[in-house]
Design a protein around this ligand. Structure first.
Ligand SMILES: Nc1ncnc2c1ncn2[C@@H]1O[C@H](COP(=O)(O)OP(=O)(O)O)[C@@H](O)[C@H]1O
Ligand SMILES: [Mg+2]
Length: 206
């Protein structure tokens, strides 16, 4: 029987450094001789990427945004994540369910019970085996992003206070599930953050 793969997610506010470390984690898993699927949310499927383009750039009610995200996740889980895990692959995913609780619930104050009910009502999304939460102050994250050439998307233009709430919601999730959520201090230079990540990654790869 094929041994089920493992599911690793990266979380953190915009500009925290998630995308900068996805390939590193995937490479470290490959070194272990595992097949890796690198993916992201919202996205990961054709429908999911279409949703991504809409939610990142069109203004909409936060509930609309929440349900679109949820729909995109369902596609992602059913078409990509579950089949890959069942086939024994490892998944490295840039954002997952914790983002919903951090942004839609923490940031936008939507009731958590709504998403918990949705999760129960549908086929439950798999719980990540390990989540790396890249943590830093929103002010610093903004500074880093200002160095980027690309046009800021709708989320990135939102206010510092919003990201403070998102950060707090993330940290609360980490406190409530410390075995799964590993908090990576992302405030230092890239090589230092990577060293912090590596320390936390070693036991996950064992
Ligand atoms: N530790 C770091 N120090 C300085 N700049 C960083 C660091 N980590 C990432 N960056 C830069 O900050 C920006 C945001 O990083 P990114 O990985 O895209 O964040 P996220 O995917 O979490 O939004 C990028 O321009 C990236 O090169
Ligand atoms: Mg990113």
């Amino acid at each position: 029987m094929t041994v089920r793969g493992r599911f690793i997610t990266l979380e953190g506010i915009d500009g925290a450094g998630k995308s900068s470390h996805v390939s590193y984690i995937a490479d470290r898993v490959r070194e272990k001789g595992r097949h890796v699927v690198e993916t992201r949310e919202p996205g990961g499927t054709k429908a999911g990427e279409a949703v991504r383009a809409i939610v990142l750039h069109e203004a909409m009610d936060v509930r609309t945004e929440a349900f679109l995200m949820f729909g995109a996740r369902t596609e992602h889980v059913v078409r990509v994540i579950e089949p890959a895990l069942a086939a024994g692959d490892w998944i490295v995913c840039d954002r997952f369910t914790d983002s919903t609780f951090a942004y839609q619930c923490g940031g936008h104050s939507l009731p958590r019970a709504m998403f918990e009910a949705l999760e129960r009502a549908f086929e439950p999304a798999p719980k990540p085996d390990a989540t790396f939460l890249f943590d830093l102050a929103p002010e610093l994250a903004f500074e880093r992003q200002r160095g980027q050439q690309r046009t800021p998307d709708r989320f990135e233009r939102e206010q510092i206070d919003f990201f403070r709430r998102v950060r707090e919601a993330y940290l609360e999730r980490a406190r409530n599930d410390p075995k799964r959520v590993h908090v990576v201090d992302a405030s230092g230079p890239l090589d230092q953050v990577r060293a912090n990540l590596e320390r936390l990654l070693v036991p996950v790869l064992a």
